[in-house]
Design a protein around this ligand. Structure first.
Ligand code: SAH
Length: 272
């Protein structure tokens, strides 16, 4: 059983209070601002890996439907650029108000919003340039219908709201950040996947072997997980694994000690 396995972490767990006080979206954007410039090879490789797998999952593997919920979105929208071609509605969510506000800024084209253009152009290329990058941005803006507060430690992460079950839930690099130990990780996994419809999909992007990552001036702890631990936790939450891919990365130590990134697609068993 998974709870017999050891997840490790370096330093004191940085919990919710730390996120509310110290998560700096502007600092976090440094992960994304040099994309394509050849300055941060391991990180660029990670972004390309995630974008390519999201593109393949939605465009070629036929995962589509009415609603997709992204849980722990941070201040980011890059993870939704392919999804907006396959879902009618997208809900974005995060614990931290400053992060939700960054997404709102991008939605309303605030001049101070983060510039995702290089990443948007890359996704358009993956899709064979069917759309221009401006059309792609507009499509994503139209598809994001809500930006909600969420907390993955709650049985209903959207409490007090009740969100209707979705065809797909996406979660990228959040549960490892939000969990202090393996039991908390398994519980967060059950919480976020509880909003997937039976037969629906869970798409999970996982920093493997990481004990920290940096956002601006602050360092946040990560639960150090292995692919095996992740797979067991996903199965225990009532899912069958459709696909798992792992990319080793030489990540810049000033950003994180992540050893590799996992990309997992799972389907909720009908009886769960
Ligand atoms: N998915 C984004 C952001 C990952 S960073 C991306 O891929 O870029 C980790 C995110 O987890 C942060 O935005 C942080 O606010 C969020 N987070 C941390 N604890 C959380 C909790 N208990 N519930 C929901 N989100 C949480």
């Amino acid at each position: 059983m998974l709870c017999g396995l050891q997840g490790t972490m370096e330093g004191d767990f940085t919990g919710k209070e730390m996120y509310h006080l110290n998560f700096d979206p502007k600092g976090y954007f440094s992960m994304y601002k040099n994309f394509g410039l050849g300055i941060s090879p391991g990180n660029d490789e990670r972004i390309r890996f995630i974008l390519e797998h999201l593109h393949k999952t939605f465009a070629h593997d036929g995962i589509r439907g009415d609603t997709l919920i992204d849980i722990g979105s941070g201040p980011s929208i890059y993870q939704l650029l392919s999804a907006c071609e396959s879902f009618k509605e997208i809900i974005v969510s995060d614990l931290v108000e400053k992060n939700r506000e960054e997404v709102q800024k991008w939605l309303r084209k605030d001049p101070n919003a983060f510039d995702w253009t290089p990443i948007v152009k890359y996704v358009c290329q993956l899709e064979g340039n069917r759309e221009t990058w401006l059309e792609k941005e507009e499509k994503l803006r139209r598809t994001i219908k809500q930006v909600l507060k969420c907390d993955v430690t709650l049985a209903n992460p959207f409490d007090p709201l009740v969100v209707p079950p979705a065809d797909c839930v996406l979660c990228s690099c959040c549960l490892e950040a939000a969990s202090k130990d393996v039991p908390a990780y398994c519980s967060a996994m059950k919480n976020v996947t509880s909003v997937v419809k039976p037969g629906g999909h869970f798409i999970f992007v996982i920093p493997i072997g990481a004990t920290y990552y940096v956002a601006g001036q602050s360092k946040f702890t990560n639960l150090c997980v292995t692919p095996e631990m992740v797979k067991v936790a996903v199965k225990e939450a009532g899912f069958e694994i459709v696909h798992f891919e792992n990319l080793s990365v030489d990540f810049p130590v000033e950003l994180s000690d992540t050893k590799s990134f996992g990309f997992l697609v799972a389907r909720k068993c009908n009886k769960a």
